[in-house]
Every structure is written in C-alpha cells, then in structure tokens.
Design a binder for this molecule. Structure first.
Ligand SMILES: *[C@@H]1O[C@H](CO)[C@@H](O)[C@H](O)[C@H]1NC(C)=O
Ligand SMILES: *[C@@H]1O[C@H](CO)[C@@H](O)[C@H](O)[C@H]1NC(C)=O
Ligand SMILES: *[C@@H]1O[C@H](CO)[C@@H](O)[C@H](O)[C@H]1NC(C)=O
Ligand SMILES: *[C@@H]1O[C@H](CO)[C@@H](O)[C@H](O)[C@H]1NC(C)=O
Ligand SMILES: *[C@@H]1O[C@H](CO)[C@@H](O)[C@H](O)[C@H]1NC(C)=O
Ligand SMILES: *[C@@H]1O[C@H](CO)[C@@H](O)[C@H](O)[C@H]1NC(C)=O
Length: 930
C-alpha cells in the first residue's frame, strides 16, 4: 500500500499581544484661551471661514475620536464675531484669525488649493486632524500660510506626495502629518519621496516636534535628531538609519522610531539627550548591548526597547531611572537575572521582560512594586521556587504572565480573602501545575485565564465552582427512568471571563460552563466527558470553541448554529460525537465569521449541512474519519476563501459532476484530501483547472495559515492575536503533528476511491504541489509527461491503478521527489534513468510485469514482458517520519499552546509578518514535542 495520508487540521495556539491603550505618547495639543478678551473679527475672515465650512459636509464617522463633534455647526453669519466661534482664535489686538482648531470636527469632503482657507494669511496654528478629506492631496497653497508655527494634518485621509511647499513654512516648530493611513490595514496614503524628508526639513530650522508616523518615507532620517524636542516617525519599515553619536547636549524630550528599519547600536552618547522622557525604539533592528549610559537619563519615564536584538544584561545603571513607569524589553536576547534593585523603581507600572533569556529566580523585591499593573515574564529560562504569594499583595497588579519558564511554584495557604491583587489576566501556561491553584477561585475579576499545557488532572474542584447549577432533569415517565436527560453543569466562578485556555491538561468530568461573555474557550486535549450543554448556545460572543481531543459524546446541540456570526473556529475533532452535523450559517442574510470547522474523528452521520455554503469566510473544512454519507460538495466551490478541504475516510460517493457554472471553483484550495471514500467516475479536469492557488509558487517569505483577531479587555487594554492552523498527518499509522501550515503548501490526495479515466494533463499546471497521491483507484491511460513540470513535488504516488504505457522520461526532472511510487500498474518499457530515479528501489516499480530497468534488476529485452526473475522487494517501510518532514517542507520544532501575552504601545500596529516571524522564533525555542 502506498503512502496514504490523512489530515486533521485544527486551529490552535493563541499568539497574543496585549496593547496598552492608556498610554498616550506625544500628545499634540493646542492651548485654549477661554479667558482672553474677545476681540472683534474682520468681515472678510468670517466670510472666508463660512465658505470653508460650506465646502464640507458633516459626517459623524469622519472623525474617530470619541469626543469628536462638529465644531462648525454653531458658526453662522448672525453671530458675526467669528472670534467667538468654536475652534477659532483671534489676535487680541488686531482681531485677525491666528488659530484654527477643527480637529475631530466630523468634516468630510475634498480640499484643494482653491480653498478659502488659504486666504487666512495671519494664521499661526492650524489643526485639521481627525477629519476625512477624502484622499485629497495636501494643497500646495499651504505655502501662503507662511506664518504657521503649528500645523497638524494627522489622521485626516490626505493622500499622495507631501508638497515641497511645506518646506517654505520657515516658522514651523510643530509639524504633524502622521497616520494618514488606513486605520485598519495601515496602508500608507502619504509619501515623502520628492522632496525627501531631508530636503523637506532642511529649511525648517525652528522645527521642534516632527511627527511623521505611518508615512511612506523612503529616505534616511537626516542626522538632525538632536535639534528637535520631539521626533516621531513611528511605523515606517522603509525608513532606515542609525542613531548618530550625539556630540552636544540636546533638549529632545521624546524620540519615537518604533517599527522602522533603524539598526545598529544605541550610541553610548545617548546620555547627551539629558531631557529625554520617552524613548521608543521598539520593533527595529537594533543590536548590541544596551548602553550603560542610558541609566543617566534620569527623567526617562517610558523606555521601549522591545523587539530588537539587544544582548547582555539589564544595565545596573537602570536603578537610577527612578521616574521609570514603563519598561518594555520584551523579545530581545537579554541574559542574566532579574536584578533585585528593580524593586526600588517603585513608579514602574508596566514591566515587560518576556521572550528573553533571563535566568534565575524572580527576586522577592518585585513585590515592593506597588504601582505595578502588568508583569510579563513569559518565555524566559527563569527557575527556582516561586512563592506565588509574593504577587497577592501587589494591589495594582492586574496582569501577570509567568508561562513558559521553569519555576517550581509554591502556593501558600494564604487566607485568600485577604488577597489584595485583583487579577484580570493570569497566564500560567506550561508551569507544571498539577492542580488549580486555590487563589484563582477568589479572583472574581478574572477576564483571562491561561492554564494551558500543565498537568492539572481530575475534576475542577467543587469549592471553586461558584454555583453548581444542576440542570438535572431526571424524568420518570411511566416507570421508565430516562437517564438520557440527566445533565449536570459545572459553572465557572469568573463572571467576566473572556478567555479560558485550559487545553493540554488532564481534566476530567463534564465541560465547565463559562459565563456568557466568553470569547475564547479552549479545553482541548483533556479527558473531559459528557455532552455539550445547550448553555453554550447563549454565548453570543464565542469566537473560538475548541473541544478537540477529549472523551465528549452525544449529539452536538443544534442551536450552536446560532453562533455563526461570532464563531470563527469550531473544533470538535477526536471525540465521540454522533448524529447530524449542526446547521451553521443557516441564515444567509447575516454575516458569518466562521473560518474553520474541524469535526474529524467522530461519528457524525448524514450529510454535510448545505448551509455551510453561506459561511463566506470559511478557510478550512475538516470532516475526516466520520460516517458521513453524501455526494461531492460541489456547492462549496464558490466559497472564496476555502483553502483546505479534508473529507478523508467517510462514505462520500458517486460520480463528481463537472462544475455547472463557468466561474472558477475552489480557486484558493491548496490542501485537498478526498481519500478513502467511494467516489467513482472521472475526476472532472475543470476543477483542476480552477485550483488557481496551486498554480503559483510565489511566496512572501514564510507565512503560515492563520486567523487574526482582537478584542478589548477592560477599558485599558486591547488584545489581539493570531490563531495558527495546525495539522496532523497520519501515514501508515504514524501520526505526525504539524503545528503550522505554510501558506503556499499544496497537497492533493484522491487515493483509495474508484476514480476512473486518465490522469489529467492539467495536474502538471499545479506548480506548487508538494504531494500528489492518486493511488488505489482505477485510473487508466498513460502517466502525463506534464507531471515533470511539478518541480516542487516531494511525493508522487500513482500506485495500484491500471496505468499503461511507459514512464515518461520527463519525470526525471522532479528534483525534489523523495517518494515515488508507480507500483502495481500495467506500465511497460525501460524505467527512466538519471537524477532521483537512480535512488528509487524496486518497491517503487514492482507489480508492473512489463517494466524493466536497473531498479528492478531486470534487463530490458526488445519485446520483453516476462515476469521478473527476482522476488518482489518488501514494501518500503522506511523512515516515514523524516520523509514527511521533507514532504511538508520544514521540520517543526515542537509545540506551543495557550497564549503568549506581550505588551505593545497603543500606536504601534501589529505587523502580521513580524507576528509570524515572532512565532517562528518562538517555535525554535520551545523544542520538539514528544
Ligand atoms: C481652482 O479654480 C480654478 C478656477 O475656478 C479652476 O480652473 C482650477 O481647476 C481650480 N483648481 C483646483 C485645484 O481645483
Ligand atoms: C531653503 O532655503 C534656501 C534659501 O532660502 C532656498 O534657496 C531653498 O530653495 C530652500 N530649500 C527648500 C527645500 O525649501
Ligand atoms: C542644529 O541646529 C543648529 C542651530 O540651529 C545648527 O547650527 C546645526 O547645524 C543643527 N544641527 C544639525 C545636525 O542640523
Ligand atoms: C527633568 O525633569 C525635571 C522635572 O520636570 C526638570 O526640572 C528637569 O529640568 C529635567 N531635567 C532635564 C535634564 O531636562
Ligand atoms: C546612579 O547615580 C548616582 C548619582 O548620579 C551615581 O553616583 C551612581 O554611580 C549611579 N549608579 C549607577 C549604577 O550608575
Ligand atoms: C533600594 O533602595 C534602598 C534605599 O534607597 C537601598 O538601601 C537598597 O540597597 C536598595 N535595594 C537594592 C536591591 O538596590
């Protein structure tokens, strides 16, 4: 029997980032002068302003800040004194308009150089921030406002090149053009190419604050950093440079270079920036040691160094940073121990040391940080006995993340009512816990609980369960005791819970019931039993529902289908559920967010629900190893995002009709497994022709199939994450678990059916194919020579068919093929020689009486078709593990689960590629499972 694979794919692994929304960095503002004597405004200026007002419409969604309101509404010609109008400021002597603040004023419309605005020649301060100018260019007439000292056009949907004319505004001291980019995708609308940043600011000698975040800047930042008091160019990966040596003292207060391509060392002369309060160089490419001199910047409150390649210890000079409130060192290569003097920096509110190489114990002094709100130590090599009670008295501590270290926890028998900490977020994944720690039962503000990957066994303790709602419905009807109605529910005590990850433990008993607010519920890989309660149908925010790999049984409540608007991943694989699959997305009018359905390895019966054709976001359907009886789901063909369709080992039957419509079907599909069913007839080549995703081998670096999401936690925090698809491949009874699936990976398995006819030439167009398995069917005709074009192919199995003719010489071009099997067909002639073919042994070719060649140790005679004089070789039972690793293109280093929480600045976007890069580095760190 040839290489047969079955796939089980599920969504797993939260990769989470905690965004701290409360930190406002570099807040621009205009002072208001409410008490000034009202001067009287000039008629021409008031009519100018009114005309300006008329050129826009008020659209409330044009501004995004909560406090936005249409300031211009009360402007009118009756109140002729424009100096009293909202947002207008006049010179007290002359009455000229010198300030116009229309930020967050819900203005929508285009603006160009003809705008009356540019006749306000006396204006010094202008803010149009947070409106929607509908992708207008910044008008070059801005040059007429030559007295401008402050100009703020941020977050206003300006588009195109920043005009050269801005550099004529010699008086400018404050210039903010930041965040003219898509608030969701961060597509940049503004660019600085010609003029470049350097030419632009060369003449702006008075500039103190420059805010160019989220602008497409292609040049280097000129070496004039130290002449500003505030400089921010956050969020521009095209922006590269080094931080220069500083020779003179500077008055720079804030420096924001986060998420740019700045690199090199942080110069030791940084201590010349003695006024610095905020330094954010997170997510750049800085390397080397953190300079000791940084500890001399005694006024620093915010220090963001995360996501670089800093090495060495946390400098001891940091103990002088007594004003420090926020320290981000996450995701570097920092070694050594956590210094005990950190406990003296009592203003610290956020301490982010996760994903480094810190060792040793957590110093007791940390418990002195009474202002500490968030402590993240996840993913280091910290060890030793950790007395958990040290955290229970820290009255500000709400977020604590200790996962992925080597601690031995000691939980005291503290009177848990005396606990001062009120955790909202608690991360204890992979902490070797064997039971639920007592104190968490009393943490009634928990929103986020991660206990994944521990060794917690048995039932959830009774004392912890708030109220055990027994929905016991023992009915005695006519003397019959109907135990089928007996359902006991264990209700979790945390009424605000948004996320519960208790996966990969040894929990027993019934499924614990979370509060209706729950967002992520993952109890996969435990030993839970019983049924899925109807109460889950009330959880209208449920986004991820993951029960796979337990001992659950019964029918899945059909009301779960009502969750299709919120649910993104439904993972019920490897339990004993039976009955008909719930109708999900049955309401075709309401949008569905469902991306993945995994029902594999259960006893589901009947058909695939036709309602799934309404799940427009579906990316993966995995129903392998059930008892489904159905025809080919051609009705899934139009789903635009479907990438993965695994029907393996069911009773799908019948001829697959060619698609009725002329539009491409299954165009994004790249993992296809229809094996071990009862399909008959010819597989329609029209489908193969429309599998467009497999025709391209273009790749944007290493990307994995994943689903991104975000939620808000409490009022201060937002959390976003990425769920990565995982997959198990079973080959010859050996399961190989793959933690991520490459986005470009392509795989087709139609084996073990009764397909007839010839192998379509069109398979040769699926350039991205890594594995093609058509074995054990009734295919006839020749092997198409076009298969020789599949240069990425690692496994080709055509065995056990009725193929005839010669093996095409072109197949010797398959440079990566590791497994090749054409055994048990009616092939004839000489086996091609050369390249990989010389390494295949007899098992690849046996059972073809007409084949001859070195591999079969059989010389070709002119008209030979005599049976081989040699006994057929044993089947290749070789190293399927290493083979599969090759098949999948990469070896996965191990397993992570649960959540990984980090902290990032509010204004910093989550960069998808960085996220997966992060994941990758994480994977290598965690070592191999098993
Ligand atoms: C400004 O107005 C003039 C005359 O009304 C017109 O020709 C010109 O196209 C306008 N310019 C822009 C940028 O709309
Ligand atoms: C800078 O100023 C000089 C002299 O005033 C002028 O010649 C030059 O064009 C200006 N450059 C820019 C970029 O405005
Ligand atoms: C900083 O400003 C000073 C005084 O305006 C000037 O002489 C100097 O060249 C500027 N430095 C840089 C690097 O532009
Ligand atoms: C540090 O901050 C204090 C208080 O705001 C201020 O007085 C002092 O001048 C600052 N130091 C420097 C070097 O700017
Ligand atoms: C902290 O500052 C004091 C006073 O400026 C200085 O003497 C001491 O060396 C500094 N400590 C470290 C570790 O840099
Ligand atoms: C913390 O500060 C106190 C007093 O300022 C000092 O005595 C102690 O040594 C410091 N602790 C550490 C661990 O540096």
């Amino acid at each position: 029997m040839g290489l047969s694979m079955c796939l089980v794919a599920v969504l797993r692994g939260l990769v989470l980032k905690l965004l701290l929304f409360k930190i406002a960095v570099f807040t621009p503002c205009f002072a208001s002068h409410a008490h000034a004597v009202q001067p009287f405004c000039h008629d021409d200026e008031s009519s100018t302003l009114l005309q300006f007002k008329e050129s826009f419409v008020i659209v409330h969604t044009a501004s995004r800040y909560e406090s936005a309101y249409p300031k211009v509404l009360q402007w009118n010609s009756e109140t002729r004194n424009c100096c009293s109008w909202d947002g207008v400021k006049c010179d007290e002597q002359t009455g000229n308009v010198i300030g116009l603040d229309l930020s967050s004023s819900c203005l929508f419309g285009s603006i160009n150089s003809n705008s009356t605005l540019f006749s306000l020649r006396h204006i010094r301060m202008l803010s149009l921030a947070d409106n929607n100018f509908n992708y207008s260019q910044i008008p070059s007439a801005i040059t007429q406002l030559s007295g401008l000292t402050h100009l703020n056009l941020s977050r206003s949907y300006f588009y195109g090149q920043v005009p050269f004319e801005i550099s004529n505004l010699h008086m400018l001291s404050y210039l903010d053009l930041s965040y003219n980019c898509d608030p969701d995708t961060r597509e940049k609308f503004l660019q600085l190419k010609n003029p470049s940043l350097k030419t632009l600011v060369l003449n702006l000698t008075r500039l103190e604050g420059l805010y160019f975040s989220c602008i497409n800047i292609s040049s280097e930042v000129p070496g004039l950093l130290s002449n500003f008091t505030s400089l921010s160019v956050v969020g521009n990966k095209n922006l590269a440079g080094h931080i220069p040596e500083f020779h003179e003292r500077s008055t720079l207060i804030g420096l924001g270079l986060a998420n740019t391509s700045f690199s090199g060392r942080l110069p030791s002369s940084i201590d010349k920036l003695e006024s610095l309060e905020k330094l954010d160089i997170s997510r750049c490419f800085f390397s080397g040691a953190i300079p000791h001199s940084l500890g001399k910047l005694a006024n620093i409150t915010f220090l963001g160094l995360y996501g670089n390649n800093f090495i060495g210890h946390i400098p001891s000079s940091f103990q002088n940073l007594t004003q420090l409130t926020i320290l981000f060192l996450r995701h570097n290569k920092i070694t050594g121990s956590i210094p005990p003097w950190l406990g003296n920096l009592t203003k610290i509110e956020v301490l982010e040391l996760s994903e480094n190489k810190l060792e040793g114990p957590v110093p007791q002094s940390v418990s002195k940080l009474m202002n500490l709100e968030l402590l993240n130590l996840l993913g280091n090599n910290l060890s030793g006995f950790l007395e958990f009670d040290m955290f229970l008295n820290m009255k500000s501590l709400t977020s604590l993340q200790l996962g992925y270290n080597n601690f031995s926890f000691v939980f005291g028998k503290t009177n848990t009512n005396a606990t001062r900490s009120k955790f909202k977020l608690l991360g204890l994944s992979f902490c070797n816990l064997i039971e639920f720690p007592n104190f968490i039962g009393y943490q009634n503000e928990l929103e986020w609980l991660d206990l994944a990957g521990n060794k917690i066994y048995g039932q959830i303790p009774k004392w912890m369960l708030n109220t055990s709602v027994d929905t016991l419905m023992e009915l005695i009807i006519g003397g019959n005791f109907l135990t089928g109605f007996n359902q006991q529910s264990t209700v979790l005590p945390w009424v605000n819970l948004l996320l519960l990850d208790a996966s990969h433990n040894m929990l027993q008993g019934p499924l614990p019931i979370p509060p209706p607010s729950i967002f992520v519920y993952d109890v996969s890989n435990n030993k839970l039993n019983g049924k899925v309660s109807h109460l889950f149908c009330n959880m209208s925010s449920l986004y991820k529902f993951k029960l796979s790999n337990n001992n659950l049984s019964g029918m899945v409540p059909h009301c779960l289908g009502n969750l299709s608007t919120s649910l993104s991943a439904l993972s019920l694989g490897n339990n004993s559920f039976h009955g008909v699959i719930p109708q999900i997305c049955s309401n075709s009018n309401s949008a569905s967010s469902l991306r993945l359905i995994d029902l594999s390895h259960n006893k589901f019966q009947g058909q695939l629900p036709r309602s799934w054709s309404n799940c427009m976001m579906l990316e993966g359907i995995v129903v392998s190893n059930n008892q489904l009886v159905d025809t080919f789901p051609s009705w899934l063909g139009p789903l635009p995002e479907l990438k993965l369709l695994v029907l393996h080992h069911n009773r799908f039957y019948g001829v697959i009709e060619k698609p009725k419509v002329d539009v491409d079907q299954f165009a994004k599909l790249h993992v296809i497994d229809f094996s071990s069913n009862n399909f008959t007839g010819v597989f329609p080549s029209q489908y193969i022709a429309s599998w467009n995703a497999m025709k391209s081998i273009e790749s944007n670096g290493l990307k994995y199939m994943s689903a991104e999401w975000n939620i808000s936690l409490a009022k201060n925090y937002g959390v976003s994450g990425s769920d990565v698809y995982e997959m198990t491949v079973t080959s010859k009874g050996v399961d190989t678990y793959y933690q991520v699936i490459q986005d470009i990976f392509a795989f087709v398995d139609l084996s073990d059916n009764k397909f007839e006819g010839e192998i379509s030439d069109l398979f040769g167009k699926l350039k991205a194919l890594r594995s093609l398995n058509l074995s054990n069917n009734m295919l006839t005709g020749r092997i198409p020579s076009s298969l020789g074009n599949l240069t990425y192919l690692e496994s080709l199995d055509l065995s056990r068919n009725k193929l005839s003719g010669q093996i095409p010489q072109q197949l010797t071009q398959l440079g990566f093929v590791e497994t090749f099997n054409v055994s048990h067909n009616n092939l004839v002639g000489l086996i091609p020689q050369g390249n990989q073919f010389n390494s295949f042994d007899a098992s690849s070719f046996e059972g073809n009486p007409g084949l001859c060649g070195d591999q079969l140790l059989k010389k070709c005679t002119t008209s030979s078709s005599s049976p081989s004089p040699f006994p057929t070789a044993e089947e290749d039972d070789g190293d399927s593990e290493s083979l599969l690793n090759l098949v999948w293109g990469f070896v996965l280093a191990g397993y992570i689960s649960g959540l990984v929480v980090g902290v990032a600045l509010a204004d910093i976007m989550i960069n998808r590629r960085a996220l997966s890069g992060w994941l990758r580095s994480y994977l290598t760190k965690m070592g191999k499972r098993n």
